[in-house]
Design a protein around this ligand. Structure first.
Ligand code: FE
Length: 224
């Protein structure tokens, strides 16, 4: 007798995927070169996704959404590797969406007014974000977050994400050396300034803030 295998027989939790970049690999040049994208997206980000899939297999977290895996492992000292790779997968997918060709400049009017109210003007906001990115010692991320109804700048070390701390991510800048070393060597400040001034996708930030204002538990979904 011939037994035909069905889709159910072959069921496995769908592994996480490396999402496509939202633009061509040379779209962010010269601020971020295609060479940096090839390494940062094509090697670092890809490896986080592949390692995540290996680590999550067979655990209680298999089959959960990426955001749920991150929340579920954030405070578990025996799940540090799974947390790090899940969070880095999320952070990088989010980071790519925070930039676009021809970005930077000023935010849309309504969001710009919220920034003015929170920081005392766009220039003060920009300076605080740059300083926070510079002051992050070692690897990490510099964020614009929603804290309830208000806006704040935050930094996290290594893979840590704001949404496990009650803050909603609106924008981020990767300040791991792999994000800028090929293009800027050790000049993190030049990289951060250029990203803010020339690449930030303000429409993405404003959209995230609209969702966060309507629901303080909102987390941008980066599962793929
Ligand atoms: Fe990175």
């Amino acid at each position: 007798m011939l037994f035909l295998r069905t889709a159910e027989d072959n069921f496995m939790a769908r592994p996480f995927q490396l999402p496509p970049l939202p633009y061509a690999d040379n779209a962010l040049a010269p601020v971020i070169s295609a060479q940096t994208i090839a390494t940062h997206y094509g090697k670092h980000h890809k490896t986080y996704v592949e390692t995540l899939n290996k680590l999550v297999a067979g655990t209680e977290f298999e089959g959960q959404a990426l955001e749920a895996v991150i929340r579920g492992t954030a405070s578990k000292t025996d799940q540090t590797s799974l947390f790090n790779n899940a969070a880095q997968t999320w952070n990088h997918t989010f980071y790519w969406k925070c930039m676009k060709a021809g970005g930077g400049g000023k935010p849309p009017r309504a969001f710009a007014e919220r920034i003015d109210g929170a920081f005392g003007g766009f220039d003060k906001f920009r300076a605080e974000w740059i300083n926070t990115a510079i002051e992050q010692f070692g690897s990490g991320w510099a964020w614009l977050v929603a804290d309830g109804d208000s806006l704040a700048i935050a930094r996290t070390g290594n893979a840590a994400v704001p949404f496990t701390m009650g803050l909603t991510p609106l924008l981020t800048i990767d300040v791991w050396e792999h994000a800028y070393y090929l293009d800027y060597q050790n000049r993190r400040t030049d990289y951060v300034r250029a990203v803010i001034d020339k690449l930030i996708n303000w429409d993405f930030a404003a959209s995230n803030f609209e969702h966060a204002a309507a629901d303080h538990n909102f987390v941008p979904v980066m599962s793929a």
